[in-house]
Design a protein around this ligand. Sequence first.
Ligand SMILES: O=c1[nH]cnc2c1ncn2[C@H]1C[C@H](O)[C@@H](CO)O1
Length: 396
Amino acid sequence: MHIIARRAAISLGSQLVSSLYTSRLSHNRAFSTMADRSSEQVVFNKPKVELHVHLDGAIRVQTIVDVAKRRGIRLPADNAEEMKKRIIVEEPGTLTSFLEKFNEYMHVIAGDREAIKRIAREFVEDKANEGVIYVEVRYSPHLLANSGVEPIPWNQEEGDLSPDEVVRLVNEGLSEGEREFKIKARSILCCMRHMPSWSMDVVELCKKYKDEGVVAIDLAGDESLNCEANPEHRRAYEEAVRCGIHRTVHAGEVGPASVVKEAVEVLKAERVGHGYNTLEDRDLYEKLLAQNMHFETCPISSKLTGACDADFTIHPVITFMKDQANYSLNTDDPLIFNSNLHHDYNTAHQHMGFTEEEFKRLNICSAQSSFLPAEEKEELVKTLSEAYEMIQSTAF
Ligand SMILES: O=c1[nH]cnc2c1ncn2[C@H]1C[C@H](O)[C@@H](CO)O1
């Protein structure tokens, strides 16, 4: 098999057109959701794949303010700039303190049909504006519901929006966004480490909506408080394996390498969320490298949650890069980190020695490790290869 360079327009049997990426990237709206990063350079202005981003960590601040107004919910600040100050994490802290930030705004969005659909649609717009052509976005349906969930989250009054309907609304918002912004968006449903009683529901929702955009199950939440996967999480993952539901697990973000081992060996994770602390166990790391395990890394996030040292020049993703491991670069929770995907790429370029070639390689790896069906995956890899002028040819 040869890799040959070719100057080619992006033609994809699907709806993606190269001019779209460039025009979107240069458009002001590209940065409209967060603080002003519009003067920041864009080091990799090419189509990208993002595999690890939380829908509820990627909401526009303005949307929170708008929805609060419409619903008559009083916020400590009534404009986006002031709200931003309350939500954003600017200095490295802990995963636990970062997760508390969700308390600032989740009660505004949860339980509201219009808001949930809106955040999903706007999410796709924001990703299109960052040059993402395929994204897998994750969330906990239970954390956006106000009925059929015990306990009802965020001190909401009981209502009539179930986790099941939340998934339908997110699917609708994502589909609308896909049609409008011409990119592909799929979703991953999260179990939460501290709520094992929700996990069987989550896997049932993954099964029910498998053909409507839900591609996998995840286990998120505070790994620092709860390292052993609870039997109910384990049962949900066993059911996922049995039913052919793809699996990823947050592991080795702040927890030790043993959590990664458990994710892979017990929960049968096909990808690892973050996974930085895998490097503490050399044997495990080498085994995962040999298995071509995918690590969903999130550089900016890892600094601000205190998962990794604030000095990017010694970041674990540099080891992944040097070992030519299978990994992706992702934003995780751009709302809370006041960030966007360009910022992660710029950081990797400026402080970690990442080259254009490596950006291309890791995006191809990301496409290959996506949870799309084989044919769509092939098409995505082909699209990227063409956009990167690296056509894979089997000729001769
Ligand atoms: O970086 C993270 N690690 C663990 N859990 C996280 C992270 N970012 C967000 N979450 C949690 C909080 C969200 O409400 C939940 C579902 O998206 O997942």
